[in-house]
Design a protein around this ligand. Structure first.
Ligand SMILES: NC(=O)c1ccc[n+]([C@@H]2O[C@H](COP(=O)([O-])OP(=O)(O)OC[C@H]3O[C@@H](n4cnc5c(N)ncnc54)[C@H](O)[C@@H]3O)[C@@H](O)[C@H]2O)c1
Length: 271
């Protein structure tokens, strides 16, 4: 599974930071942005996976580097922004993508876990964004793209802190867009639904069939396609788009309620 389209070199001369890019959706975003000509700094807390992703992409001639950083270490983040800027210029683009595994539901998520989830998904996004906005102001502009989730709009069986954080990202995106707009910085969020990550190509056929059946576009969205939606919003083609949180889900968010009503035998009976 690759899915890359011919490069138009739309990001030549740009430096992009992609957080949580050692694996998953972040690795695909890094791949697409680098394929479009950007230098991509892969920021992640996993040195082995981060280095191996950087090596895999570099071997294909893409300009990428791995930076070992824990996004919840505020001083470390400030130092890493400076180092990336000195070594590669920019940053012109920041993609806030990192996340941690879900732990617990309404009654079982510990308060400590709630704090850690909010710290990574909300506080760290705020801190890194303002560090980058300070640089982007000097550069005359830039783009911030937050990878949120349909969980910002739909109730799904993830942890309560994940929902609260992704809902918060919608408002943080709007706030940052207003504050940073006069400096030429655009800020948007994408909200993916179910995604087949490149390393999950072998995910059970039954899961893929189920997703295909409920997504209006009748296919399983891939992480490379998520990368292309990030590219769109980070490119000059989106020069007037800011402050938006856009569902990138093949239409999943449109039908969830109708599907539930149908499953419950309530379709057509709801007034
Ligand atoms: N996977 C999906 O189906 C899906 C659906 C909707 C939204 N999303 C969103 O997409 C984004 C990526 O999801 P994914 O499933 O690819 O994630 P993933 O779990 O595969 O990867 C997350 C990455 O973040 C890194 N990370 C975690 N804590 C960190 C820290 N403190 N400092 C630096 N890096 C850290 C991890 O090491 C990992 O490489 C997330 O924001 C998620 O909410 C994913």
């Amino acid at each position: 599974m690759n899915g890359l389209r011919p490069s138009l070199n739309r990001l030549a001369g740009k430096t992009a930071i992609v957080t949580g890019a050692a694996q998953g959706i972040g690795a695909s975003i890094a791949e697409v942005l680098a394929h479009e000509g950007a230098h991509v700094a892969i920021w992640d807390v996993q040195p082995d996976a981060g280095s191996s992703t950087a090596k895999r992409l570099s071997e294909r001639g893409l300009r990428v580097s791995y930076v070992n950083v824990d996004l919840t270490d505020a001083i470390g983040v400030e130092e890493a922004v400076s180092a990336t800027s000195v070594q590669h210029g920019g940053p012109h683009i920041l993609v806030n993508n990192a996340r941690r595994p879900f732990r617990g539901d309404l009654l079982s998520q510990s308060l400590d876990d709630w704090d850690q989830e909010i710290e990574l998904l909300l506080k760290a996004v705020f801190h890194l964004s303002r560090c980058c906005i300070a640089r982007m102001k000097v550069l005359g502009g830039g783009v911030i793209l937050n990878v949120s989730s349909v969980a910002a709009f739909l109730t799904t069986p993830e942890t309560p802190a994940y929902h609260a954080a992704k809902g918060g990202i919608t408002e943080l995106t709007r706030y940052l867009a207003c504050e940073a707009g006069p400096s030429g910085v655009r800020v948007n969020a994408i909200c993916p639904g179910h995604v087949l990550k490149t390393e999950q190509a072998g995910k059970p056929a039954a899961w893929q069939e189920f997703i295909r059946g409920i997504v209006p576009l009748r296919r399983v969205p891939t992480s490379i396609e998520i990368g292309y939606s990030v590219l769109l919003l980070c490119s000059d083609d989106a020069s007037l788009i800011t402050g938006q949180s856009i569902l990138v889900d093949g239409g999943l968010g449109l039908i969830e309620q109708a599907q539930l009503l149908r499953n419950a035998g309530m379709a057509g009976k709801w007034k």
